[in-house]
Design a binder for this molecule. Structure first.
Ligand SMILES: [Ca+2]
Ligand SMILES: [Ca+2]
Ligand SMILES: [Ca+2]
Ligand SMILES: [Ca+2]
Length: 635
């Protein structure tokens, strides 16, 4: 069969002699794959009325110098599907159509068009194939089009300038496929899909096509060079998401026309964009076409170390969200010279500027709802708005600084030693205190060496880092921008922090910025965080001086309930120091008549310090415990 086709083509070539017009053979097959008709098509546009039994059509150009005219199909069966193939005749005894995402065997040079939207009755056309040359020319571009009901895949070795219109992807219902691949997509090319998802549009070079998806998503747009085009809507997803956009050189908009108009718009957001730099509009929450229920951006990464987001770029999203699957962040390799516009409280993820750790700067605005972060508003890059007002995320210029407004306890805070050492009853909740250092970007510990240094002021600064419990947050546990620090009650083998003045600083080479492309990762910017621990030896979260000053009256006498023996020490702390028991009220190590008298007074007035069973009540149980220890000594 193949030999025959080749033979016919060769004959027609020979017959015309000097002007070789190789022909294309169109074969019709029935549902059993048997050939039932064949047509030879020359260089003129042709209409073919299909047989009523035709289920498959092969369009077989003679060779790779054969140009294919526009072929319009009509007729055919009144219902069902007709599957149309264009390419090499790989199966010489039956149809070559394929309905999955595998590369077709390209054959023929340039294609003018395929039209199969007017078959008989309710019959649906589906199309799969490939050519070695161009689809569409620069002159009279609107004469070139592929109009089919379902498009599976079309590949061109050359440029794609013609238009595509399809109602739905091809493939199977469980695996729909809509793929177009070519060398470069001209701005003369319009691609329109009414329903369903575009699997992939892939250009070896530039991608300038206008792509419109009315009711579905785009899974991938992949350009070997630039994604660029004229406004207003080169890429428009009216009711869905764009899952991935890759451009090896740039995403930009021709400035001569359409500047200020959207370049890429998807009303339900964009998951993943990666390119050296962006100089165009990307709108992830396009309310112009449908209600936006998501509108988020999960990942944008620019890789050009000097550039990043350029002056004509505006990126608009409801949210920039944390999403470990997509590395949930916007990473600007160089400068932010364009604008990020995020919905109210929509910054839940991270924006990183100067990720290459070069000379990138934060020059334009990041707007989150009504909050503008810029050099002229709120003091960017070291802005003064807490992350809780932005959505929980942050914008960090590498190297990240400490983010003072984002910490529960600002530098200079005072805590009780009991609280910082987590000694208060009730464990880590209650009145215990943990210092949370937060930065404008995610941080990590370089290796097992301490990444921060904690020093106590003892005339000179003494390193007490090893007394602390230091925890780094991560994307999966806690906040990756944060380090938490607290002391212990001494039971873990660590020495508790003593009352005094402390400072926390960065250890050079150990505390690093995460999420950059620099190698090695840059250090976090130097900082000093100071804090003071006040003495609270009895762990009641009240300054001991206040405890000592408290008085109670019994009879005509005044007592200090926390210091019944008036030795200037809180009794319960003496008791701990002397390792004695509850009945030793003054904690001097002996149980004697003084203890009896003081317990009686505290018990009579119902003072909480008489609650030596620590059950929250002063009652007979306390009296019984005291009596037992008073008579028998400490257990
Ligand atoms: Ca106290
Ligand atoms: Ca005392
Ligand atoms: Ca005593
Ligand atoms: Ca009690």
């Amino acid at each position: 069969m193949r030999l025959t086709s080749f033979h016919i083509a060769s004959l027609s070539c020979i017959s015309i002699a000097s002007v070789c017009m190789a022909s294309t053979v169109v074969k019709e097959y029935n549902s059993g794959g048997s050939e039932i008709a064949a047509h030879t098509v020359g260089s003129s546009d042709t209409s073919i009325s299909l047989n009523v039994n035709t289920r498959f059509v092969d369009i077989l150009p003679a060779d790779n110098s054969t140009d294919i005219p526009r072929i319009t199909f009509t007729g055919g069966p009144s219902t069902g599907v007709v599957s149309i193939y264009l390419g090499a005749d790989d199966n010489s005894t039956g149809p070559d159509f394929n309905n999955s995402d595998i590369a077709p065997s390209r054959r023929g040079r340039n294609l003018k068009g395929i039209v199969a939207t007017g078959l008989a009755g309710t019959t649906i056309s589906e199309f799969y194939g490939g050519i070695t040359g161009d689809f569409g020319q620069t002159t009279n571009p609107d004469e070139y089009y592929i109009y089919v009901d379902h498009l599976v895949r079309f590949d061109a070795g050359g440029a794609i300038r013609g238009n595509f219109e399809a109602d739905a992807p091809g493939g199977t219902s469980s695996e729909p496929v809509f793929v177009i691949e070519g060398d470069g997509f001209s701005d003369l090319c319009d691609i329109s899909l009414a329903n369903g998802t575009i699997t992939r549009i892939k250009a070896t070079n530039d991608m300038k096509a206008q792509i419109t998806v009315a009711n579905g998503d785009i899974s991938l747009i992949d350009a070997g060079a630039r994604i660029t085009g004229y406004g207003p809507d080169p890429i428009l997803v009216k009711k869905g998401r764009i899952k991935k956009i890759l451009a090896a050189q740039e995403i930009s908009q021709f400035t001569a026309q359409g500047l200020g108009e959207a370049m890429i718009r998807a009303n339900e957001g964009t998951d993943f964009i990666e390119t050296p730099f962006i100089d165009s509009y990307i709108i992830a929450n396009d309310t112009a076409h449908d209600t936006v229920t998501d509108g988020s951006i999960r990942h944008i990464k620019t890789t050009d170390s000097s550039s990043g987001i350029r002056t004509h770029a505006t990126i608009v999203a409801s949210k920039i969200i944390s999403d470990s699957t997509n590395d949930g962040r916007v990473t600007v390799s160089g400068s932010l010279n364009g604008e990020l516009v995020i919905g109210n409280s929509g910054l839940t993820g991270q924006v990183i500027i100067n990720a290459a750790n070069g000379s990138g700067t934060w020059s334009d605005r990041v707007t989150i709802g009504s909050v503008e972060l810029s050099t002229t508003s709120n003091g960017a890059p070291y802005y003064t708005v807490a992350s809780s007002s932005l959505g929980g995320g942050a914008v960090g210029l590498v190297p990240y600084h400490l983010y003072p407004q984002d910490m529960t306890y600002p530098s200079g805070s005072t805590f009780f030693d009991s609280a910082f050492n987590h000694r208060n009853p009730g464990g880590s909740s209650g009145n215990n205190r943990t210092i949370t250092l937060r930065f404008y970007g995610p941080v990590f510990q370089n290796d097992t060496d301490p990444a921060i240094k904690i020093e106590q002021d003892l005339g000179s600064w003494v390193d007490v880092t090893n007394r602390a419990v230091i925890t780094f947050g991560s994307a999966t546990s806690g906040n990756p921008r944060e380090i938490t620090i607290h002391g212990t009650d001494g039971t873990t083998g660590k020495i508790p922090f003593l009352p005094g003045t402390y400072r926390i600083t960065r250890v050079a080479g150990e505390l690093k910025c995460q999420g950059t492309s620099a190698s090695p990762a840059p250090d976090v910017y130097e900082f000093t965080y100071s804090f003071t621990l006040d003495v609270d030896c009895n762990k009641n979260n009240i300054a001991d001086a206040t405890d000592l000053a408290q008085t109670v009256t019994y009879g005509n006498q005044t007592y200090h309930p926390y210091d019944m023996d008036d030795n200037g020490h809180i009794d319960v702390c003496d008791r701990e120091a002397n390792n004695t028991c509850a009945a030793d009220i003054d904690g001097n190590g002996f149980i004697n008549g003084d203890d009896y008298d003081w317990f009686a007074i505290l018990f009579e007035i119902g003072h909480p310090l008489a609650d030596i069973t620590f059950d929250g009540f002063v009652n007979g149980d306390d009296y019984d415990l005291f009596s037992e220890q008073y008579e028998n000594g400490c257990p």
